[in-house]
Design a protein around this ligand. Structure first.
Ligand SMILES: [Zn+2]
Length: 1036
């Protein structure tokens, strides 16, 4: 995988997302991990390492221990925390000086086999031999990182061993380089008459990555703003430069960069540190001596005058308004990220400038109506050694480039003069407080990503984690100097001559030109080949095909056994009561660090059909248009001052035991600090009772942003759009899924965004409100600390008393409604038999599933392919078998066919909760051929050519998801939304344990064979001659 700039997460303030403290002690009578870590002494020697620093970081509930390795100088940071989801990562500073993608290809190739684990692809094989909660590798602009996490101590050791061996002692075989990097190969490797082409996983991945225009823009931005060293090249690889890389260069890059003296090790969680150190020293570091790695990135020389560039990209995937597709941004180089307090101040300042409708740039740019949304990478970017700030617009007319640039300058001048309102500063400080307290299940991963860039350039990661110190220092500066932020603004923005204006416009012939350049490159390569070279290419192609077709012996790899999986899962205590007479409320007491999570679900059953396509739009604007006496600006400020967010989303919730029954509705979600609950409930009260649907101008702005976001998301989520479409005609819920979250929705939003008169759409909102914002078909849930529950119940009672009820009985639009009581919450539930929670499911007895094949023609050079099959619901024992089968088909067949042989970035099979079995591919150079591979995968499954070992591996892999950690905020959600009790989940786990070889072949015959069940197909991708000729395909 490759990460460009800050695409994954923007800015320090938006990066840190709380933790996942589950105060469960993994070892009996062990003292708390944080306290134990505090007992290390500076200077203490442990397994070849020396302790350099021990720091308590109370704001994140952790203890940081910094060490260094004596003989190699390797750096080490351990964060002890009461979190069972333990994480390891190792990162190397990788600073390429060309765009051949050498660090990225190396990242892929080291995972293809190593000294102790010489089997093919141990990394992917471990996915099936482990209970890991995360395994991956990333190539950033200037470092490469290998993280994994797991809750199981044995598993941790196993994975650590594989990761250490892969990174320090990889085989780096020529064939691995061919497969993962690039190669010349006959289109059909076994037929030397077919033409030679470029193939390779990274080659295709990067071709796919650059179908995303936001990514193209980000890449140019970084290259041009930091033009003097490693940031001027594409670390992931430019498809036109990748074929310049040789196997020798790859090995050389490994020798100089993947050395302990150039490495940073990170561990996180509740497992003891000594064990990690011992293993890392013994299995890797003891075999090295110190070197002086020459990987330091020099500071970027500052410009003496601003610069300007113009670039091109591919046409918008849903080009309708060709005139408004230009992007422009103005960027400023900032100080180095290793200066943590300056970085904190500038990141804070950047958030003030761009976040929410009260920020100066939102007012000046977004509300100017010139464009659709901010330009990519807007705000503070702290991923390169020198940070930068970027601001601009996308979706503008080319002639407006100077206007936008002038608006940016004017806004900066105004801020320098006037500064910010105190309330805006308070709102942002409050947001920081919530982010520190909110717990996610991937806290370790968030932390390692958070410190990676700064640590990579020898900044102090512990200083970075001490957010409390940084905050108080910052508050002090504000207090001592009321013009503190204005002065920063003047220094780094107004007077900064290292300033870049970058604009980008689509070129209709962009992909055509890319293809042409690729063809020229290919011809040039082919021309230079001797007869002998050609023979060698043919033979290597066959050798690779042969290697891919033969199973590899994986017995060298460590593995957990099915017996290592906990036989029973922990149950969650829930209490279900009613409020305001009849509204059911689920209470789940959890250690939430002083945060209350409130949710409500409201049914859509009475909503007229013609309004349904507008529900997602209704949801996305409901909390953003103002309510009661608050206009949208004041409302946004209140939400930021008092809550950690209030969001609304459409839901299609299928039933556990009937494929044709589902619940449709809208979910309201929110969180706040304990002390702010009355204020948050007051805001919900106003939103429910007095929402404002009058602000036409602001509505237009919101619609444009939402539409732009959807269409920008297609290259990343193409496989999801394909599978939603492919399952559209398989169940009654499928049609609604397409309406809410499929390509139909993307196109509808695009149309609305471009319509000249938006009033008729705005007028639909109050009509939807009437059906939705009432108590009639509602249920609520609260997750909070036990001592907060009484207060929460009181607030809820108040809220629900005030929410309206329909005066007349509204009839459901679809007449077939089944009332289904939700089973008792848990073992602790006192009223097992009289649950007040009732789900109103819709069903259509006349529904007949049918086959549909759709091809969405999009101007991409790659495809996203999906084939969906209607199978059985969650409670059916066959569901468990199909779930294991999907995993088995992915790892034992489709991975090889679609990724290794086919060159797609990804592909596999999965069974969703709704009983739809999906075969899919992601960023795939093939389309029809991939559908044939799906067919072969089914034949393979029916033939039963897999072993008990294969089945056990698939079970481990499935359980690592089924038993994955759940954050306190999300406990009990399956019960609340889907009516799934812990007993039902445990029963499902037992079905999973019991799945046998016979059951697997039986379900593949029963459901997946041709003519057995109804299939649906969809492809997103370029024009396709074969599909166009086939009348069974619908082309959109
Ligand atoms: Zn990659």
């Amino acid at each position: 995988m490759w990460r460009c700039g800050g695409r994954q997460s923007l800015g320090v303030l938006r990066r840190l997302n709380g933790g996942s403290a589950q105060p469960r002690i993994w070892r009996e009578k062990s003292i708390n991990a944080c306290e134990k870590a505090l007992q290390y002494k500076v200077g203490e020697k442990i397994h070849g390492f020396t302790v350099n620093q021990v720091t308590s970081v109370p704001e994140l509930f952790l203890t940081a221990v910094k060490l260094s390795h004596d003989t190699t100088g390797a750096r080490y940071l351990h964060l002890a925390r009461e979190d069972t989801n333990n994480l390891f990562s190792v990162q190397f500073r990788t600073t390429p000086m060309d765009s051949t993608g050498v660090p990225h290809i190396l990242e892929h190739t080291v995972l293809c086999g190593s000294e102790r684990y010489p089997c093919r692809d141990p990394f992917f094989k471990m996915l099936n031999r482990s209970l890991s909660t995360f395994m991956n590798a990333f190539t950033a602009s200037d470092y490469t990182m290998y993280p994994f996490s797991t809750q199981n101590p044995k598993d941790f050791q196993n994975l650590l061993s594989v990761y250490l061996d892969a990174t320090f002692f990889p085989c780096l075989r020529e064939l691995d380089f061919w497969q993962e990097g690039w190669r010349l190969e006959h289109e059909n490797p076994s037929d030397p008459q077919t033409p030679l082409t470029f193939k390779g996983v990274v080659f295709n991945e990067m071709k796919g990555a650059f179908t995303d225009n936001e990514r193209i823009f980000s890449q140019h931005l970084q290259n041009k703003l930091l033009p003097d060293h490693t940031y001027s090249v594409i670390s992931g690889g430019d498809p036109l430069c990748i074929p310049e890389l040789s196997w020798e260069q790859l090995k050389q890059f490994h020798a100089t960069h993947y050395h302990p003296s150039n490495a940073r090790f990170f561990t996180y969680g509740s497992f003891p540190l000594e064990q990690h150190l011992k293993q890392i020293h013994e299995e890797a570091l003891s075999r090295f001596q110190k070197i002086e790695p020459s990987t330091t990135v020099p500071a970027q020389k500052r410009w003496d005058k601003p610069r300007e560039f113009h670039v091109t990209c591919g046409p918008d995937s849903l080009a309708t308004n060709a005139a408004k597709q230009t992007t422009v941004s103005v960027s400023f180089l900032l100080p180095e990220i290793t200066d943590t307090s300056e970085a904190f101040a500038l990141s804070f300042l950047s958030s003030l400038l761009i976040s929410g409708p009260n920020s100066p740039f939102y007012k000046a740019l977004i509300e100017s109506g010139l464009g659709t949304d901010f330009s990519p990478d807007v705000g503070y970017n702290g991923y390169t050694k020198d940070a930068y700030f970027s601001i601009g617009l996308q979706g503008i007319e080319e002639k407006d480039i100077p206007t936008v640039r002038d608006l940016v300058d004017k806004t900066i001048d105004e801020v320098v003069e006037k500064g910010f309102e105190d309330d805006c500063i308070e709102a942002l400080l409050h947001k920081l407080e919530i982010q520190m307290k909110h717990q996610s299940t991937r806290f370790g991963l968030d932390l390692t990503s958070y410190i990676a860039a700064c640590w990579n350039h020898d900044g102090d990661p512990v200083e970075l984690l001490q957010m409390g110190n940084q905050l108080s220092k910052f508050r002090q500066c504000l207090k001592e100097n009321p013009r503190y932020l204005q002065e920063k603004m003047k220094q780094y923005f107004q007077n900064n001559r290292h300033k870049l204006t970058l604009s980008m416009k689509p070129d209709k012939k962009y992909y055509e030109k890319q293809t042409q350049m690729e063809t020229e490159k290919l011809q040039q390569k082919v021309k230079s080949l001797s007869q002998e070279d050609k023979q060698k290419i043919y033979e290597k192609g066959l050798e690779l095909l042969n290697q891919q077709s033969n199973p590899t012996d994986t017995s060298c790899l460590p593995a957990l056994k099915v017996s290592d999986i906990e036989p029973t899962m922990p149950f969650t205590e829930l209490e279900v009561a009613t409020a305001a007479g009849e509204v059911p409320v689920q209470y789940c007491a959890q250690p939430t660090n002083g945060i209350v999570y409130f949710r409500a679900f409201s049914s859509l059953n009475t909503l007229p059909e013609e309004l349904r396509p507008y529900v997602p739009l209704f949801c996305s604007v409901l909390t953003k248009l103002g309510c009661g006496i608050l206009d949208y600006r004041k409302q946004a400020q209140q939400i930021e001052l008092k809550t950690g967010g209030m969001t609304v989303s459409p839901q299609v919730l299928c039933d556990d035991s009937h494929l044709d029954a589902y619940e449709q509705g809208v979910l309201f979600s929110s969180l706040c600090l304990d002390r702010n609950l009355p204020d948050m409930m007051h805001l919900w009260n106003e939103i429910f009772n007095n929402p404002n649907f009058e602000e036409e101008e602001h509505f237009k702005v919101l619609v444009k942003m939402a539409a732009q976001e959807l269409s920008n998301g297609i290259p990343d989520s193409g496989h999801q759009y394909a599978s939603v479409r492919a399952s559209r005609t398989l169940t009654p819920a499928g049609d609604l899924e397409e309406t809410f979250s499929g390509m139909d929705q993307v196109k509808l939003m695009k149309r609305i965004a471009e319509t000249s008169d938006i009033k008729p759409v705005l007028r639909k909102l109050p009509r939807i409100k009437k059906h939705l914002l009432t108590c009639d078909h509602m249920r609520c849930s609260v997750n909070a600390a036990p001592q907060q529950m009484a207060q929460a119940a009181k607030e809820l009672e108040n809220f629900l008393q005030n929410v309206g009820r329909s005066k007349k009985e509204r009839r459901p639009v679809r007449p077939h409604v089944v009332e289904k009581p939700v089973p008792g919450g848990s073992v602790g539930s006192s009223r097992e038999n009289s649950s007040p929670m009732i789900r109103k499911l819709i069903t259509d007895p006349t529904f007949k599933p049918c086959q549909m094949k759709t091809h969405f023609q999009l101007p991409f050079p790659v495809n996203y392919v999906a084939e969906c099959v209607r199978t059985v619901p969650y409670t059916d024992p066959d569901h468990a078998s199909l779930k294991i089968l999907a995993r088995l088909m992915t790892s034992k067949f489709l991975h090889t066919e679609i990724r290794e042989k086919g060159g797609a970035y990804g592909g596999g099979a999965k069974l969703s909760y709704n009983g739809i079995f999906t075969l899919y591919s992601y960023r795939d150079p093939n389309s029809i051929e991939t559908l044939q591979s799906f067919g072969k995968a089914v034949d393979w499954a029916k033939s039963g050519k897999f072993t008990q070992q294969d089945i056990d591996e698939a079970k481990l892999s499935v359980f690592s998801v089924v038993d994955g950690p759940v954050a306190p905020s999300n406990k009990g959600m399956n019960h609340f939304l889907f009516g799934l009790s812990d007993e039902m989940k445990q029963a499902h786990r037992e079905q999973l344990f019991a799945v046998s070889h016979n059951q697997l072949t039986a379900v593949s015959q029963k459901y997946l064979g041709v003519g057995k069940s109804t299939h649906g197909l969809a492809i997103l991708g370029p024009e396709n001659a074969k599909i166009s000729k086939d009348p069974s395909w619908l082309i959109r």
